[in-house]
Ligand binder design. Structure first.
Ligand code: NDP
Length: 500
């Protein structure tokens, strides 16, 4: 841990010449604050393994201050007109877009993701989240039912919950952080939010943007720190009435246990081990190109990546050759270079975990077809780089096929029958998403109906429409985000029955 007084705030970081050590602070009641205990954590740059910033190691007291700010802002914010809330959300969206380059560089540096990806996907999506929910709230209608014969009418009020907690992971830092915050504040709640301690940068920048956009003080409060202390304090807070969490399944289970006795509303978006099912009748080239993307986008660190690839036996040999050839062409490089396909993994410990899984796969008779090597980039020898790895497995039961690796590693194996692949697709504890490649309509319908997952893509991957429900079944989570589902989560339905 750093003592900030000893920190050289002007230290130049070689990987990103011209930038200085960043001193990230909490954003509470519209102000940037040091943590009360004055304890700080190091923020590492995955591209070179160096510390390039510090962030608060916030305690329960910081969370309490954030809660007090949110609670004080709630009476006014919840009564602010829909038009005004919408206007502010859209302004935040515009300011993120206006600062695209700055946000994208920060995200890439903090997370290790290629700058091109941050610029074309992550940051534009964060802006879209605010624009989308700024518009969606103006269309969020509630139901009414006339009780005919009883001379009564029922109408439903959708009231904001109060102070809500939003906790997000490191893989799509601003994208997922704002996916929660935008609907929460659009619906009239005030928020205490915690980004992952591994990737706090863009959440920090968001505070500035919110102030500039005119978001009233206390509506959004961002507290940085460790999950087990800061995050836990949010979940344990008796007056934070709802928790929207995205992260690992084990953390989700723990949060559910802590929150249940307090009857908090919970939305849990958790891990995945998604099947990518390829039938011989698919559009082959389209499938091949998209399968490379769905396997290795963001270094495979997307909960929706298709990490288990099942290929119909008649095209298996051809697929294996073509896929491996394409994967070998991916460029592992420094995240700040536009030509990089595969950047750095998020942290040293995560890199070690992914390597361990490759070893486990080998012990279980998996054959590595390509990858499996750490990559050492000149001048960035301590960065967390790994070649994209393809492993051929002989059975679906092996650990690499059952457990979430969350890195640039996929398995491939052949199948012969629809029923066989359906069974394998469902034989995991997770149920987040699945991709199916086929031009057969009957097969499409049968597979989509029977695969146990919250999201099915047919002949595409990661095509997102923000109006659609998003979430998983089984160990992949509880509840749905997206569109009106998110606004429903962040409101309480109250039915009023009037007899006339
Ligand atoms: P974690 O579960 O480790 O952490 C997620 C967030 O929860 C972080 O902010 C973390 O803080 C915090 N946290 C950790 N412990 C607690 C606790 N006891 N109480 C409250 N908060 C806590 O997940 P990762 O960050 O490692 O993210 C990767 C996981 O997220 C993968 O399993 C992936 O599948 C999943 N994910 C799911 C998505 C979905 O939509 N279903 C989308 C994206 C990712 P800190 O990191 O600072 O310790």
């Amino acid at each position: 841990m750093w003592n900030p007084s000893k920190l050289n705030l002007n230290k130049k970081i070689p990987a990103f010449a011209g930038m200085t050590i960043m001193n990230i602070k909490n954003y509470i009641n519209g102000q940037f604050e040091n943590p009360i205990n004055n304890e700080w954590l190091d923020n590492y740059c995955p591209a070179n393994g160096e510390v390039y910033g510090i962030l608060p190691n916030s305690s329960k007291d910081d969370v309490e201050n954030a809660y007090i700010a949110a609670q004080s802002a709630f009476p006014i914010w919840s009564q602010t007109t829909i038009e005004e809330r919408s206007r502010i959300l859209i302004k935040i969206s515009e300011l993120i877009e206006a600062n695209l380059q700055r946000f994208a560089e920060a995200e890439s540096k903090d997370n290790g993701k290629p700058i091109g990806l941050a610029k074309s996907v992550d940051i534009p999506r964060a802006a879209s989240n605010f624009r989308f929910f700024g518009n969606a709230i103006t269309q969020f209608a509630s139901e009414s039912h006339e009780s005919i014969g009883q001379q009564a009418i029922n109408y439903t009020l959708r009231q904001p919950i109060g102070v809500v907690g939003c906790i997000s992971p490191w893989n799509l830092p601003l994208y997922l952080f704002t996916w929660k915050i935008a609907p929460a504040i659009a619906a009239g709640n005030c928020v205490v939010a915690k980004p992952s301690e591994v990737t706090p940068m863009t959440a920090y920048l968001l505070g500035e943007i919110c102030t500039e956009a005119g978001l009233p003080k206390g509506v959004l409060n961002i507290v940085h720190g460790l999950g087990t202390t800061t995050g836990q304090a949010i979940v344990e807070h008796p007056d934070i009435k709802a928790i929207s969490f995205t992260g690992g399944t084990a953390t989700g289970a723990h949060i559910a246990k802590v929150a249940a006795p307090m009857f908090k509303k919970l939305s849990l978006e958790l891990g995945g081990k998604n099947p990518n099912i390829i039938f011989a009748d698919c559009d082959y080239q389209d499938m091949l190109k998209t399968t490379v993307r769905s396997s290795f986008s963001n270094q495979g660190q997307i909960c929706l990546c298709g990490s288990r690839i099942f290929v119909e036996a008649t095209i298996y040999k051809r697929f294996k050759k073509d896929f491996v050839q394409k994967v070998k062409q991916l460029k592992v490089g420094h995240p700040s270079e536009e030509s990089t396909d595969i950047g750095a993994l998020v942290s040293k410990s995560h890199l070690e975990k992914v390597l361990q899984y490759i070893n486990i796969a080998k012990q279980e008779n998996g054959t590595v077809l390509c990858g499996d090597n750490k990559v050492t980039l000149k001048d960035y020898e301590n960065g967390y780089y790994l070649e994209p790895t393809v492993i051929e497995v002989i059975t679906d039961d092996c650990r690499i096929n059952q457990e979430e690796v969350f890195g640039p590693v996929v398995t491939i194996m052949p199948f012969n029958y629809d029923d066989e692949v359906l069974q394998m697709a469902n034989k995991v504890k997770y149920g987040l998403s699945a991709t199916i490649w086929t031009n057969d309509l009957k097969r499409t319908m049968r597979m989509s109906n029977q695969i146990q997952a919250g999201i099915i893509w047919v002949n595409t991957w990661m095509l997102r429409d923000l109006r659609t429900p998003f979430g998983g079944v089984k160990a992949s989570g509880v509840g749905r985000e997206g569109g009106f589902e998110a606004l429903r989560f962040f409101t309480e339905a109250k039915n009023v029955c009037v007899k006339y």
